[in-house]
Design a protein around this ligand. Structure first.
Ligand code: B4P
Length: 189
């Protein structure tokens, strides 16, 4: 299966992706992790990306799409892939469609993980990553509303969007996601 996780910062995309990749045995592709790794490795791309993510802005589409295209061309993605935090803009979604069409691989499901804003602040305050301070989280939420939320309509029109309540314990959220996955696997869907 090819699945996208979309949601505001701190919705639990990374948390749930870890569980789902083991459950389905598919590759986990997190653009957030990939950009942070590039930054830690000190590459030009990593330095450019960090100048955006450190202040809560989305990294330019061209940069992110390039990183994903390279990863997606590897053989281990052929059997399925879980896109965690990508796409985050309609332009990225269009690029992903083109990449998957090129490889003859359809996108099966988009899971929108939903949580209230107050909870975003609580969760990220306790994680404490450098981009989890209040000002940056505010900026990330603003970017989410302006640039990522329109994706829901993009995928809803295609009939592959499923909304999942992201509140409660990670185990409770995972049970909800599993239910959506199992329904999608059934041929009648
Ligand atoms: P990401 O790494 O994708 O970060 P995120 O949105 O903050 O994380 P996520 O929703 O995965 O939260 P998590 O499970 O970790 O992106 C970071 C930055 O990279 C972006 O701001 C952007 O600048 C850049 N970027 C990434 N992808 C991009 C793209 N495609 N285009 C452009 N820019 C891009 O959970 C957060 C915390 O909540 C954790 O501490 C966790 O333990 C906790 N938590 C999770 N589930 C919980 C639950 N059910 N209950 C309580 N706590 C929970």
């Amino acid at each position: 299966m090819r699945i996208v996780f979309v949601g505001p910062p701190g919705a639990g995309k990374g948390t749930q992706a870890q569980r789902l990749k083991d459950y389905l045995g598919i590759v986990h592709l997190s653009t957030g992790d990939m950009l942070r790794e590039a930054h830690q490795a000190g590459t030009d791309l990593g330095r450019e990306a960090a100048s955006y993510f450190q202040v809560g802005k989305l990294v330019p589409d061209k940069v992110v799409v390039g990183v994903v295209a390279e990863r997606l061309s590897k053989a281990d993605c052929a059997d399925g892939c879980l896109f965690d935090g990508f796409p985050r803009t309609v332009a990225q979604a269009e690029s992903l469609d083109a990449m998957l069409a090129n490889q003859g691989m359809p996108l099966d499901l988009v899971v929108a993980i939903e949580i209230p804003h107050e909870e975003v602040y609580q969760r990220l305050a306790s994680r404490g990553r450098p981009d989890d301070n209040v000002a940056t989280v505010q900026q990330r939420l603003g970017q989410f509303h302006a640039l990522t939320e329109p994706l829901a309509e993009y995928y809803e029109r295609r009939g592959i969007l499923r909304r999942v309540d992201g509140t409660g314990s990670p185990e409770q959220v995972f049970e909800r996601i599993k239910r959506v996955i199992e329904l999608t696997k059934q041929p009648s869907n």
